[in-house]
Design a protein around this ligand. Structure first.
Ligand code: UDP
Length: 238
């Protein structure tokens, strides 16, 4: 397939993206809309891995605030990401697209456990691979998981979906003078402490020379535009 700027990509969705207008939980309409975009992308010839966060269901830090051990909370957070991945798998299956959930946190009765070889095989056979369960280790985030899986899967780019169409000089919802960066270096992103991804995710992407494209999934078709190298976005690269 021609016309794709990025062929094999790792799409990172926050868990909150699945909640839609709800404060928490999974909105099936939103999951369906994102699944539609993923189906279109695969039809164009893209090879897609997806990391979905878990913040719409649970974050480890919430339990820590209650004085409970962080590790238990992180286990719960990682399981939340598995729930989101299962929801997305079902939405993709309903659209005739085969998808596999590979979890970094082994839950063998529910889904396959992540291995690099398994992930590469699935991607090469036109399956969408949903990388669930984070890294499998506490104290990490799903942003870092996205950078890790992108490196392991030899992805051409990480597509970080947010609510705004790139990285801005200030919060565009609060500051009318905020300007969007077209391009930033990894060093700029790290030194300016831009919160769009955590520092370890930026560093891992930098060390493996994988560009990060920050874009908005709010509009249908945005994913296709980004895959084609068009659309409004910020590219973070070396
Ligand atoms: N988590 C973890 N290890 C990982 C990835 C995630 O312990 O490798 C836990 C952590 O508790 C985190 C939760 O899973 O708060 C949900 O992930 P994240 O906060 O990254 O989700 P998002 O903000 O993308 O919705």
């Amino acid at each position: 397939m021609t016309g794709l700027r990025w062929k094999r990509v790792l799409v990172k969705l926050s868990g909150e993206a699945l909640a839609g207008q709800q404060a928490m939980g999974i909105d099936p309409d939103v999951v369906g809309r994102i699944a539609d975009d993923l189906v279109s992308a695969v039809k164009l010839g893209a090879e897609i891995g997806v990391v979905i966060g878990g913040g719409n269901l649970f974050r480890g830090a919430w339990l820590q605030k209650q004085g409970t051990d962080r590790v238990t909370g992180d286990h719960m957070g990682m399981m939340a990401t598995v729930m989101n991945a299962l929801a997305m798998r079902e939405a993709l299956a309903a659209r005739g697209l085969k998808a596999s959930v590979l979890s970094g946190l082994p839950i063998p009765t529910v889904c396959d456990t992540f291995t690099q070889r398994g992930g590469l095989e699935h991607l090469a056979s036109d399956r969408v691979v949903l990388f669930a369960g984070g890294t499998g280790s506490p104290f990490f985030t799903t942003d870092t998981t996205a950078a890790l899986r992108a490196a392991e899967m030899r992805c051409d780019a990480i597509l970080k979906a947010t609510n705004v169409d790139g990285i801005y000089t200030a919060d565009p919802k609060k500051d009318p003078n905020a300007e969007r960066y077209d391009r930033l270096t990894f060093e700029e992103a790290i030194s300016r402490d831009l919160k769009v991804l955590d520092t370890s995710a930026f560093a891992l992407a930098r060390d493996n020379a994988i560009p990060i494209i920050v874009f908005s999934l709010q509009e249908a078709g945005a994913l296709i535009e980004v895959l084609a190298g068009r659309g409004r976005a910020t590219v973070v690269a070396g």
